[in-house]
Design a protein around this ligand. Structure first.
Ligand SMILES: Nc1nc2c(ncn2[C@@H]2O[C@H](COP(=O)(O)OP(=O)(O)O)[C@@H](O)[C@H]2O)c(=O)[nH]1
Ligand SMILES: [Mg+2]
Length: 187
């Protein structure tokens, strides 16, 4: 029997790091990559079912794609009520996007699902995704630097590309497993 849980994930990071492209890669199974630059002007919600490996459970991920624009920082949290996880994207060719990871995580933490009791772990599961590793010549943030910030946050670290759909499925499956582990499923 399949148990279904619903989890809300905020996909955040600076503008142009590839958030919308990553979601599209996940939804299309890697067959679609838009080369056009389309600025997300609002908040979009996409749905993806993930089967938890080695279980019969299916979880439904609600992916909140934000504009990543500083002007939206005040109103975005209203859409994020009760978030379960953070998926933070940076661009390996942009130092600025790397430096802003902490800022985005802090913003997500202000709107996360409140801990159910005092003793419970209030840390939110998350992933740091280093995008655009296909741009080898322009890369300025190393794997070590990416790993460093992710481990400080207690987040999983993945690097790859929305363009070639590398590591995208793995990163979301990891997050689904993390949230699944924290949930008491009725057997
Ligand atoms: N080379 C390369 N370009 C990418 C990749 N992911 C996204 N892009 C490009 O980066 C730009 C911004 O992508 P978008 O998904 O709109 O970023 P968002 O603002 O974070 O949602 C677009 O021109 C994409 O085609 C990638 O993995 N590799
Ligand atoms: Mg976008």
């Amino acid at each position: 029997m399949h148990e279904i849980a619903l989890f809300k994930i905020a996909v955040v990071g600076e503008s142009l790091v590839g958030k919308t492209s990553i979601i599209q890669a996940l939804l299309s199974g890697g067959t679609k990559f838009s080369k056009n630059y389309v600025m997300t002007s609002d908040v979009a919600v996409n749905v993806k079912d993930i089967i938890i490996p080695e279980s019969k459970d299916v979880v439904e991920l609600l992916l909140y794609d934000s504009a990543g624009n500083i002007l939206y920082e005040d109103f975005l949290p209203k859409f994020w009520n009760g978030l379960n996880a953070a998926f933070v994207v940076f661009d390996v060719t942009s130092k600025e996007s790397y430096n802003s990871i902490r800022k985005w995580v802090d913003m997500v933490k202000t709107v996360q699902e409140p801990a159910t009791d005092e003793a419970s772990d209030c840390s939110i599961p998350g992933v740091v995704f280093a995008n655009k590793t296909d741009l080898v010549d322009r890369r300025i943030i190393s794997s070590d630097e990416g790993n460093f910030v992710a481990s400080h946050l207690g987040f999983g670290y993945f690097e790859g590309t929305a363009k070639n759909s590398i590591s995208v499925d793995e990163a979301f499956t990891y997050l689904a497993k993390e949230m699944h582990n924290k949930t008491n499923f009725v057997v």
